[in-house]
Design a binder for this molecule. Structure first.
Ligand SMILES: Nc1nc2c(ncn2[C@@H]2O[C@H](COP(=O)(O)OP(=O)(O)OP(=O)(O)O)[C@@H](O)[C@H]2O)c(=O)[nH]1
Ligand SMILES: [Mg+2]
Length: 295
């Protein structure tokens, strides 16, 4: 195999437009968690795609949102901004069904970039009439000189192959940067924590998805079994009560769902133990954030 082109492709946009769904679709594996709730992704996550002549390194990012006061939100916005700076190609993703102020904010940040930007309009499967896209396209064409404008559906893999072809054309010349069988930069431990967080986000409402993080305390793999002990950190005693649920029902459900997904990931039986603990105000405490892996 001869790799002639390689580079980093930042996938950016406001929360919930479908960035992580696109990453998983392009890689053909679940490397980044997704949910119907905004601000799901909190880290930069690489999805590595090795083609015959090129290696594309997609970078999933936290959705950029209005600067909030909490340290956690500042951290997420900072990651997204730094990924943009280091990228060779930028995929700016918006939702075909709604243009918001936060989209405008992301676009403003892109004005400074000298890299090619592809506008990806996602969720076109939700449109009754594809012609409904035309006003949005016309408006955005006026605002920025995009390298391409591509309407897609990440969830149905519609036009995602064409998107990849256009991305590959824009990559700079370069060597193979990762082994060809590697699909992400994250290890199984990280992915297990993320799977638990995804199930928690799905099982909780209102502010709770944003007040939780998962820390793997024990991770032991033997020939037949992976044993995992994880702590779910929350900010307040009331949140702990909610996550545990009546008679432990909610925590049990989260554990069962997470275990099933982790078993698929490691291809063997998993024994998963979950604890819920309180670290007051961790989302707004820089030191606590660093301690929990947000660096
Ligand atoms: N109908 C439809 N839904 C989609 C599509 N792509 C993503 N979604 C849904 O949109 C929601 C958000 O998807 P994510 O991939 O988590 O969005 P994200 O941009 O990564 O969100 P953050 O990580 O919060 O920034 C999920 O419920 C997805 O299933 C699509 O093409 N069509
Ligand atoms: Mg995401």
């Amino acid at each position: 195999m001869t790799i002639l082109k390689s580079g980093f492709v930042a996938i950016i946009g406001r929360p919930n437009v479908g960035k992580s769904t696109l990453l998983n679709c392009l890689i053909g594996e679940k490397v980044s968690i997704t949910s119907p709730k905004p601000q799901t992704t909190r880290w930069q996550i690489l999805g590595i795609k090795t083609l015959k002549n090129a290696q594309i390194i997609y970078v999933d990012t936290p959705g950029m949102h209005k600067a909030e006061s909490r340290a956690m939100n500042r951290y997420m916005n900072r990651i997204a901004a730094s990924v943009v700076q280091d990228a060779d190609v930028i995929v700016f993703m918006v939702d075909a069904t709604s243009w918001r102020q936060e989209d405008e904010m992301v676009l403003t940040k892109l004005q400074e970039s000298t890299k090619p930007v592809i506008l990806v309009i996602n969720k076109i499967d939700l449109l009754e009439n594809k012609a409904d896209l035309l006003p949005l396209i016309a408006k955005l064409k006026d605002k920025f000189n995009f390298a391409h404008i591509m309407p897609i559906s990440a969830i149905k893999a519609e036009h995602t192959h064409e998107l990849e072809e256009e991305i590959a054309k824009l990559l700079p010349e370069g060597p193979q940067l990762f082994p060809e069988d590697q699909v992400t930069d994250k290890n199984i431990r990280f992915q297990a924590a993320e799977i638990i967080r995804e199930k928690l986000i799905m099982a909780t409402e209102e502010e709770l998805p944003y007040a939780t993080t998962v820390e793997i305390e024990q991770f032991e793999q033997s020939e037949k079994l992976t044993e995992i002990g994880a702590v779910i950190w929350v900010e307040r005693p009331g949140q702990k009560v909610i996550i545990i649920g009546k008679g432990g029902a909610r925590l049990k459900k989260v554990g069962i769902q997470a275990r099933r997904d982790i078993e698929k990931l490691v291809n063997q039986k998993v024994f998963l133990r979950l604890w819920v603990k309180i670290k007051e105000n961790w989302t707004d405490d820089d030191k606590a954030l660093r301690g929990l892996g947000y660096e």
